[in-house]
Design a protein around this ligand. Structure first.
Ligand code: SF4
Length: 374
C-alpha cells in the first residue's frame, strides 16, 4: 500500500550520471547499494562465494580490494563470475589499477593524487578509458594529505572537500569525467558537513559512507544518523554502510535505510510492534521467523505484525498484508488494508508466508503483463 504524500518527498540533488559497469550512478538512477568483500582476493573461490551472498542480499555493486599482484591476478576470474559490477580498491600502487582495469573492473577506487605523479595518473586514466572503467575518488579523514593537515591543523570539512577537489582536478586535467567521490569520516558531524560542502562544490555523483562505523548495532545506528541525514537532504547517489559484520549485512542495512526514507524498495517491509502484555501471540518470535522465511522475496510489499488491536488495525490499513493478535489464539488477517479472515496460532506462520508469496507472485505477474502491454 502506498500513496503520494508531499511531506514524504525527498528532492534529490541534481548531478551528472556515470556508469559503473551496467549500473547507472547519479542523475535519476536509483541509489545504488554497495558493499565490500573481506575475503582474501587471491582466494577467488571464497571471494566469488561471498559476492554471491551479497548479490542475493541485493547488492548493486561490490568492491574488492587489490592490495597485491596475486589479487589482481585472481580478479579476472572473480569479475567473470560476478553478476554485479566490481570496483577494484587500490591504494597507492597504480600498477594494481592498470592490472585491475584489464582484469574486468567496472570502476577503480583510487586517489589520483596519491599514486606518484602526472605520468602515472595519465596511465591510469588511459587504462580506465580503454576498459570503460569509472573511477571513485575516496577521501578519508584518517588519511588526509600532509599539506592539508598542515594547512588546516586537523581533519575538518574544508580539508576533506579541498582534498576531493585536488583529486578531481587531476582527473579533469586528463579529460576524465567518469568519476564519483566520497569524503568519509568516522565522525558523523565531520562526514555530514564535508558531504554537504562537497555537494555544493561538484556536479558528479557522490558515494556516501560513514567509515569505520563499528559493529552491527552501533555501526547501523551511526550510519543511519549520518547517511540518513544526507539522504534525507537529497544527497547521495550510492551508499556503502561500513560495518564490522559480514558484507551481506551491510547490504541489508543499506536497503533498510533507503526503504525507511522511501528512496528504494526491495523485499518485504515489516512493520511490527515491540510487544507487551497485551500481545495475542509471541510477536518477537513470529517476526524473527517471518523475516527469515521471507528473506527470498525480492518484490517490494509490506506486512504488519502487531500483537493486539491497540495499533494493529491502524497499521494493517497501511500495509499489503496485516496480522493482528486476538484472544483465544485466534488472530485477524487483513488483505490490502481490509479485514479478511481469522487464523489460529498454530497455522499462522505458514499461512502468512503463503499469503506473502502469493501476493508477491501476483505483483510480479501484473508487472510482466504491464510490460508486455507497452
Ligand atoms: S500493538 Fe498491542 S501488543 Fe503490540 S506493543 Fe502495542 S499494545 Fe502491545
Amino acid at each position: 500500500m502506498s500513496s503520494v504524500r508531499p511531506w514524504r518527498d525527498i528532492a534529490r540533488r541534481q548531478c551528472r550520471q556515470i556508469m559503473v559497469g551496467r549500473v547507472p550512478v547519479g542523475g535519476d538512477a536509483p541509489i545504488a547499494v554497495q558493499t565490500m568483500t573481506n575475503t582474501l582476493t587471491s582466494d577467488a573461490g571464497a571471494t566469488i562465494d561471498q559476492i554471491r551472498r551479497c548479490e542475493e542480499a541485493g547488492a548493486d555493486i561490490v568492491r574488492v580490494s587489490c592490495p597485491d599482484v596475486e589479487s589482481t591476478a585472481a580478479f579476472k576470474q572473480i569479475a567473470r563470475a560476478a553478476n554485479v559490477p566490481l570496483v577494484a580498491d587500490i591504494h597507492f600502487h597504480y600498477k594494481r589499477a592498470l592490472e585491475a582495469a584489464d582484469a574486468g573492473a567496472a570502476c577503480l577506487r583510487i586517489n589520483p593524487g596519491n599514486i606518484g605523479g602526472h605520468d602515472r595518473v595519465a596511465e591510469v586514466v588511459r587504462a580506465a578509458k580503454a576498459n570503460g572503467c569509472s573511477i571513485r575518488i575516496g577521501v578519508n579523514a584518517g588519511s588526509l594529505e600532509k599539506d592539508l593537515l598542515e594547512k588546516y591543523g586537523e581533519p575538518c570539512p574544508e580539508a576533506l572537500v579541498e582534498s576531493a577537489l585536488d583529486h578531481i582536478k587531476l582527473l579533469q586535467d586528463h579529460d576524465f569525467h567518469e568519476y564519483k567521490v566520497a569524503v568519509k569520516a568516522s565522525d558523523v558531524f565531520l562526514a555530514v558537513s564535508a558531504y554537504m560542502g562537497l555537494a555544493e562544490a561538484v556536479d558528479c555523483p557522490l558515494h556516501l559512507g560513514i567509515t569505520e562505523a563499528g559493529g552491527l548495532i552501533g555501526g547501523t545506528v551511526k550510519s543511519s544518523i549520518g547517511m540518513g541525514n544526507l539522504l534525507w537532504a537529497g544527497i547521495g547517489d550510492t551508499i556503502r554502510v561500513s560495518l564490522s559484520a559480514p558484507p551481506e549485512e551491510e547490504v541489508r542495512v543499506g536497503f533498510e535505510m533507503l526503504k525507511a526514507l522511501g528512496l528504494r524498495t526491495r523485499g518485504v517491509r515489516v512493520v511490527s510492534c515491540p510487544s507487551c502484555a497485551r500481545q495475542g501471540f509471541d510477536v518477537i518470535k513470529t517476526v524473527e521467523a517471518l523475516e527469515s522465511r521471507l528473506s527470498h522475496i525480492k518484490t517490494p510489499l509490506s506486512l504488519s505484525v502487531l500483537g493486539c488491536v491497540v495499533n494493529g488495525p491502524g497499521e494493517a490499513r497501511e500495509t499489503d498484508i496485516g496480522l493482528t493478535g486476538g484472544g483465544n489464539g485466534k488472530h485477524m488477517v487483513y488483505l490490502s488494508g481490509v479485514t479478511s479472515h481469522t487464523i489460529q496460532s498454530d497455522a499462522m506462520l505458514d499461512h502468512i508466508v503463503e499469503l506473502v508469496e502469493k501476493k508477491a507472485a501476483e505483483i510480479e505477474a501484473a508487472k510482466a503483463e504491464a510490460e508486455l502491454a507497452q
